[in-house]
Design a protein around this ligand. Structure first.
Ligand code: XMP
Length: 530
């Protein structure tokens, strides 16, 4: 395992990713983590970048014990300055930030300079790198020497004369440093001597064993599924580990996509064999949403109602399990655990020392569930990034269209109906959305788009049909490309695809006579309209 200490850079999680892409398991922990609290012995340590300056009064610093652990250390940007700070080098405050591409040139390596070239071995004399920093090193710590420089940064990469300590000013973890991943590879594979054995197959085996061990021979687990990738993969993994002792619950909240509850049932229960109950609570949800227009209120109502319905259903399952247990027949034990599809980015968000970034919208998740329930939490995906979950899904034989599915928000169509949410409005949007997605799939564009959906606007426009004047609602189509949904660009469709979609929606969906396409990027817009 590689330990990555997070000093709060926006790129920290990317370092973790790059290590894993070399099949080396890496864990990101807050920079304030003390070595004595670690549950593993790292084979190497990477110090991330940071928005701070090492000389700030409240700037974060690593446990000085890392320098005595006897393992290689790589400092990136602030990480380099942290090494210099700890080992008595000098960092210069800069009045301007250096931001953008730079050409890194390796310094001539003389014989006897050891083991300086290991970090860039075989990568040529020059490479393009990405810089993003304010401060920079102005004087090397004792016993260090320069291994690479740029036009503006004489100390762009430095190394200790005899210990495997390295510092680099640029960011190898971002894709703007094309050979950066290889630099990280040199560090973790050649310098730290990690074995590249962290694979998804390995993960499945280990995780199933872990689940079996924590659940014991009898404990039962319940969990919510939504039809999305994460909950489906988590459910299937639980099923592989403990079979019918895992019981999934799907809540039909009345604002799902067209036929979604039915499709999820077919796939999870019929095809994948997961023990699943679908609860139709659409009346309850829609009655509570009546006349509500405020998006945050909609989110709250849906989140809270979800918890009510889930807990009620869970209580039934628990009671039935207790009854079975009493009868002693084929006892599977009591319900003790709640499955949660938490992913690694959520974990990072909650442990990062700078705390979660400002909330722009309150995203609904099932986190609220545990407050009232006496269940313990089980999170089989907590070490994985989204695309790792997809790879896991493929290995678990989850159908490809589901594994590649665009994200769908917990509050569902309620935040895509801009006016009051009624069953009629939901049905109009469901039909329009389904045509839209069907045509995108037919055109072979689905996997090029990060997220696509239709939005129902609360305005009416005039149209003409046959000889009649119509006065009906408007559908807005949204499609974006995005890496992480923090920023997004609107997708440029071929015109004929848009034409087909618009013509089908206006012809086939009663109540719609006009279709518009949303050409806003995020920021300043968001992906969803509410
Ligand atoms: P925004 O609209 O914030 O969306 O740009 C970014 C991503 O988050 C999804 N989203 C939500 N997901 N509950 C969710 O589970 C929510 O309340 C919610 N709001 C937005 C959105 O679909 C997009 O993928």
């Amino acid at each position: 395992t590689i330990l990555i200490l997070d000093f709060g850079s926006q790129y920290s999680h990317l370092i973790t990713r790059r290590c894993r892409e070399h099949n080396v398991y890496a864990e990101l922990l807050p920079c304030t983590t003390r070595l004595e609290d670690l549950h593993f012995k790292p084979k190497g340590i990477i110090l991330s970048g940071s928005p701070y300056s090492v000389y700030d009064k409240d700037s974060p610093h690593a446990d000085p014990a890392i320098f005595d652990l006897g393992v290689p250390i790589l400092g990136i940007c602030y990480g380099l300055q942290e090494i210099a700070w700890a080992l008595k080098g000098k960092v210069e405050r800069s009045t301007h930030r250096e931001y953008g591409f730079a050409q890194l040139k390796l310094n001539k390596i003389h014989e006897g300079d050891s083991p300086v070239d290991a970090l860039f071995q075989g990568l040529g004399e020059e490479m393009q790198v990405w810089m993003s920093h304010g401060d920079q090193l102005s004087e090397m710590p004792p016993d260090f020497h320069i291994i690479a420089h740029t036009k503006t940064a004489p100390f762009a990469a430095v190394a200790h004369n005899s210990k495997p300590f390295y510092g680099i000013q640029f960011h190898p973890e971002v894709t703007h440093s094309p050979r950066g991943k290889e630099v990280i590879g040199r560090f973790i594979l050649n310098i730290c001597n990690c074995t590249p054995n962290w694979t998804m197959e390995e993960f499945i085996g280990k995780e199933i064993a872990r689940i079996r061990e924590i659940c014991g021979p009898k404990g039962r687990v319940i969990g919510a599924v939504s039809g999305g990738v994460d909950s489906t993969v988590a459910a299937k993994l639980m099923h592989e580990a403990i079979g019918d002792r895992f019981h999934a619950i799907m809540v039909d909240n009345g604002v799902l996509r067209l036929n979604e509850a039915q499709q999820v049932y077919e796939m999870l229960n019929k095809d994948l064999g997961v023990n699943l109950t679908v609860v139709d609570a659409s009346d309850l949800f829609l009655s509570r949403l009546k006349d509500v227009e405020d998006p945050e209120k909609k989110r709250k109502i849906i989140g809270n109602t979800f918890i009510n319905v889930f807990e009620e259903e869970a209580a039934k399952i628990e009671a039935a399990a207790d009854e079975e247990e009493k009868q002693g027949a084929e006892a599977k034990g009591r319900v003790e655990w709640l499955l949660q599809g938490t992913l690694y980015p959520d974990v990072i968000e909650s442990i990062s020392f700078k705390g979660p970034s400002a909330t722009i919208k309150t995203h609904h998740n099932v986190g609220g569930l545990l407050k009232d329930m006496k269940l313990k939490l089980i999170e089989p995906l907590r070490e994985l990034f989204k695309d790792e979950v997809r790879a896991l899904g493929r290995l678990l034989s989850i159908p490809a269209p589901l594994v590649q599915r665009h994200p769908f928000p917990g509050p569902g169509l309620a935040i895509r109906i801009l006016g009051p949410v009624t069953r009629e409005q939901v049905q109009i949007l469901q039909r329009a959305d389904s045509i839209y997605i069907e045509e995108i799939r037919k055109a072979g564009l689905y996997n090029e788009i990060a997220q696509a959906f239709a939005v129902l606007l609360p305005v009416r426009a005039v149209g003409v049909m046959g000889d009649e004047r119509t006065y009906e609602q408007v559908i807005a189509l949204r499609a974006v490309q995005s890496e992480d949904f923090m920023t997004a660009d609107w997708y440029v469709f071929p015109a004929e695809v848009l034409r087909r979609i618009s013509s089908r929606i206006t012809n086939e969906v009663e109540g719609i006579n006009r279709v518009t396409y949303d050409i806003s990027s995020k920021p300043p817009a968001t992906v969803e309209w509410l």
